[in-house]
Design a protein around this ligand. Sequence first.
Ligand SMILES: Cc1cc2nc3c(=O)[nH]c(=O)nc-3n(C[C@H](O)[C@H](O)[C@H](O)COP(=O)(O)OP(=O)(O)OC[C@H]3O[C@@H](n4cnc5c(N)ncnc54)[C@H](O)[C@@H]3O)c2cc1C
Length: 394
Amino acid sequence: MSGDEELPADPVVDSQSGSGRADVVVIGAGPAGSTAAERLARGGASVVLLEKDHAAGETTVCGGAMPFFLRDKLALERGVVDRIIYTNRVGTLARNTDLRFDTPNNLSVRRELFDAALAEKARAAGARMLARTLATGLEMDPVAVRARNRDSGAELVIPCRLIVFADGPHTLAQAALGIGFRRAPGNHAVALEWDLEAPGNDLQSLEFYFELDALPLGYYWVFPKKDILNVGLGTMEPTSARELAPLLSAFIDSHPALRGRPISRKRGGLIPLRPARRVAKWPGLVVGDAGGFVNPMTGAGLTYAIWSGEVAARTCLRALATPRREKQIVAAYRRELRRTPHALFLAVTRAVARAACFASRFRLGRYALALAPALVEALVRGVWVAQKYRPRSF
Ligand SMILES: Cc1cc2nc3c(=O)[nH]c(=O)nc-3n(C[C@H](O)[C@H](O)[C@H](O)COP(=O)(O)OP(=O)(O)OC[C@H]3O[C@@H](n4cnc5c(N)ncnc54)[C@H](O)[C@@H]3O)c2cc1C
């Protein structure tokens, strides 16, 4: 990367000693981090990608549904995509509507395969991934990321020029730089996702159920995958994963396609529903859940993880190429995000989500429910429009 000094084409960071340096350290090999790392490496930057687990996606909590356009955008191989979806079922268990589209509108994946595929693309582009390496802090003078190898216990210090925080909603960026998502009342949802064994299942639709009596500020879902039905719920009510488990059990018992199936995995987590107040402060930028970039109507974050990862990578490449303006370019990251249609789409969905919460608090949820099929259709079409629009700046 051109800059103040000549840096090696490949980062030379030893995972035990931490010797060597990089243009950019990316913390977290989820979709946001791997996308940023891949784009940075392809743009000529030397990149170190830190992942706390053995492999990307190993402990991730996610239903694994995403818009279909991501298959082509990310050039996903056949084995990574479990199911291509044309139909969304929306309503209650007792009364629902099938919205069928002429072209595929969604797909489902298992995150361990999806995240591993994206991390491999980053590695193939030249990023150096250090697995089982937990980022623990920052040093500012000179800039470096501190990390620990979780197997050997070895402490690493990786000097770099910029840092992309892609470490999810509990991001280190908050403590290190005061940027990124921070959990507060009303700005997140709590969600559970369980895998039910369903060998050879041929369910073809994504199902969304709004059972207002049991779950006034959230919804249940069923996402079919290869040999699995992923079932979950998310809510904005202040609650814990433990309190939600009986609700999900009761839902499974009342759904004819789910009842009695063995549960092979149970996970729960937090979903940010509002973008962070600050998303960049030199030398750091936040992407994906770390920036709170999630559709607040659905809790879906994969599209926005990839989008923000791309915009952050472009911002970093520009900053690296212009050392004298590095700080200003990093500070303009939010402006770069706002120049894209996904930002506008998120703002619109935030307004709709607020209206739905308002309706629910005043027991008008039934009217909102009547609008649910139209809203789901608008969401699907809105994602199509947003992803077809070319951003002006890049
Ligand atoms: C129950 C549930 C269901 C969901 N279902 C869907 C869905 O169906 N579709 C959808 O679009 N979205 C869904 N989401 C949201 C989606 O999972 C997130 O928006 C998405 O994973 C964000 O990607 P990310 O790359 O920002 O973060 P993550 O996917 O969380 O990746 C962060 C990575 O950073 C690593 N990491 C964390 N801290 C450190 C550290 N200190 N050092 C090194 N590595 C670190 C983690 O191990 C992880 O690999 C769901 C969320 C929940 C909780």
